[in-house]
Design a protein around this ligand. Structure first.
Ligand SMILES: NC(=O)C1=CN([C@@H]2O[C@H](COP(=O)(O)OP(=O)(O)OC[C@H]3O[C@@H](n4cnc5c(N)ncnc54)[C@H](O)[C@@H]3O)[C@@H](O)[C@H]2O)C=CC1
Ligand SMILES: O=C(CO)COP(=O)(O)O
Length: 383
C-alpha cells in the first residue's frame, strides 16, 4: 500500500487497541492451549536473510522451535544469499559448521538449521516467514517469491528501513503484504546483533495487528530470558521507529567524528526523537502512537544505535577519513550493509517533493552533509 501524504490507508486508520502485555502471553503458554486443539498443524519457519542480525535471530528461533515443539516443526530453514567464503560456499559452511563464519563468527546456530541458497526451496510450505534483509534487497526477493508461498503463510519483518521515494512512504510490512498477499507483523528494538548473540539482556518490540493468537505465536518464536519481547498493536510505529532512528544515528556518528561530546550527542538524539515522532504524526496520523516511542523499538533503539551501531561507526569514519560512505561500508563492515545513509536519502527525496525539508532540519542536515558536501559542523549549526 502506498501512502501518498496526507492520505493514510483505511486499513491502518482503524482504531488501535492499547498495548497487549507479556504476562497475557505467559498465561497463554502455561495453559498450553495449542496442544489441545485437534486440527492444529505445526508452524514451519523460514528465515529470509542470513546477515549479522539474521544469523542471531536464526539462533534464537532455532532454540525456540525446539522449546515449543507442540507448536513448531523442529527444522528451521535459512535462505542464504550465496557467496564464497574462504573459497567455500557459505551455505555449505553453515550446514557443516552450524555457524555463519562471515556474518556471525563464533556462535553456533544450532543443529536444526538448514541453510539453502534456493529461495523457493527455503520458503516452500513455510507457514511463518521471517524477513531479515537489508531493506534495499526486499523488492527483488519478494518478486521471486510471489506465487510460490503457502496460502496460510504469515510473516514478520525485522527490516529497518522504509520503501520511500518522491511519491510516497510505504512500510515494508505493507509492501511485503501487498506483494505476497499475506499478513505481516513487525519486530524492532534496541538489539545490536553481536550483543544479542552473546546473550546480553535486551528488550524488543513486536507490532502485530492481526489476531491475538498470531501475536502469541510470534512471542513464542522470539522470546527468551535474555531477549525479552513485548507485543503491541502499533505495527506501523514499531517499523517507523526502526527505520528513522538510523538517520539520527548517522548524525550521532558525524558528531563523534567531529570530537563533540556526550552533551552534543544527547542533543542530536533528542532532536532526532522529535523528528521521528513528527514524521509519524505528519504522514501516518494517529496510526502511529506516541507510546510506541517509549518501547524498545523507540527511544531505546535510538540510544543503542547512536552509541554502538554500524551507522554511527561508519559516519564517524566519514568525518575522520574523508572517504566516501560506500568505500567505508566495504572497508569497515565486511559485507554488512548500512541502512541509515540510504534512508536519509530516501526521506529527503520524499520531503523535497512536499517542500517540507525545513520541517525536519536534522534529517535534512544529515542528508546534506553525506550527499551534498555540506560542512559537517552544520550538524549542530543547522538543526
Ligand atoms: N545487525 C544488527 O545489529 C541489526 C540489524 N537489523 C536490521 O536487520 C536487517 C538485516 O540486517 P543484517 O542481518 O544485519 O544484514 P547485514 O547488514 O549483515 O547484511 C548483509 C546481508 O545482505 C545479504 N545480501 C547481500 N547482497 C544481497 C542481495 N543482492 N540480495 C539479497 N541479499 C543480499 C548478504 O548475503 C547478508 O546476508 C537490516 O534492515 C538491519 O537494519 C536490526 C537489528 C539489529
Ligand atoms: O538496529 C540496530 C540495533 O538495534 C543496529 O543498528 P546499525 O545498523 O547502526 O548497526
Amino acid at each position: 500500500m502506498h501512502y501518498k501524504y496526507p492520505v493514510v490507508s483505511a486499513f491502518l486508520r482503524r482504531p488501535l487497541i492499547p498495548v497487549v502485555h507479556n504476562n497475557k502471553y505467559y498465561r497463554f503458554q502455561q495453559k498450553n492451549m495449542l496442544s489441545t486443539t485437534s486440527t492444529f498443524t505445526k508452524e514451519r519457519v523460514c528465515l529470509i536473510g542470513s546477515g549479522n542480525w539474521g544469523s542471531v535471530v536464526c539462533k534464537i528461533i532455532g532454540q525456540n522451535v525446539l522449546k515449543h515443539s507442540n507448536q513448531f516443526e523442529p527444522e528451521v530453514r535459512l535462505w542464504v544469499f550465496e557467496e564464497l567464503f574462504n573459497g567455500e560456499k557459505l551455505t555449505t559452511l553453515i550446514n557443516r559448521e552450524q555457524e555463519n563464519p562471515k556474518y556471525l563468527p563464533g556462535h553456533k546456530l544450532g543443529p536444526n538449521i538448514k541453510a539453502t541458497p534456493d529461495l523457493l526451496e527455503a520458503c516452500q510450505d513455510a507457514t511463518v516467514l521471517v524477513f531479515v534483509l537489508p531493506h534495499q534487497f526486499v523488492p527483488s526477493v519478494c518478486d521471486k517469491m510471489t506465487g510460490h508461498i503457502a496460502s496460510n503463510a504469515k510473516a514478520i519483518s525485522l527490516i529497518k528501513g522504509l520503501e520511500i521515494n518522491a511519491e510516497g512512504v510505504t512500510l515494508f510490512s505493507e509492501e511485503i503484504s501487498r506483494r505476497l498477499g499475506i499478513n505481516v507483523a513487525s519486530l524492532s528494538g534496541a538489539n545490536i546483533a553481536n550483543e544479542v548473540a552473546e546473550e546480553k539482556f535486551c528488550e524488543t518490540t513486536i507490532g502485530c495487528k492481526g489476531e491475538e493468537k498470531e501475536g502469541e505465536m510470534f512471542f513464542n518464536l522470539f522470546n527468551t530470558p535474555y531477549f525479552r519481547v513485548n507485543v503491541i498493536r502499533d505495527s506501523a510505529g514499531v517499523e517507523l521507529c526502526g527505520a528513522l532512528k538510523n538517520v539520527v544515528a548517522v548524525g550521532a556518528g558525524l558528531s563523534d567524528g567531529l570530537g563533540y561530546g556526550s552533551n552534543t550527542k544527547a542533543a542530536i538524539v533528542r532532536r532526532g526523537l522529535l523528528e521521528m515522532r513528527k514524521f509519524g504524526q505528519t504522514f501516518f496520523g494517529d496510526v502511529v502512537q506516541t507510546e510506541t516511542f517509549f518501547e524498545s523499538c523507540g527511544v531505546a533503539d535510538l540510544l543503542t544505535t547512536c552509541m554502538g551501531g554500524r551507522n554511527r561507526k561508519v559516519s564517524e569514519a566519514f568525518i575522520k577519513t574523508g572517504k566516501p560512505i560506500d568505500v567505508l561500508e566495504k572497508e569497515l563492515l565486511n559485507g554488512q550493509k548500512l541502512q541509515g545513509t540510504l534512508t536519509a536519502k530516501e526521506v529527503n527525496e520524499f520531503l523535497t517533493a512536499r517542500n517540507m525539508v525545513k520541517d525536519f532540519p536534522l534529517f535534512t542536515t544529515v542528508y546534506r552533509i553525506i550527499y551534498q558536501g555540506l560542512e559537517p559542523e552544520a550538524i549542530v549549526r543547522d538543526i
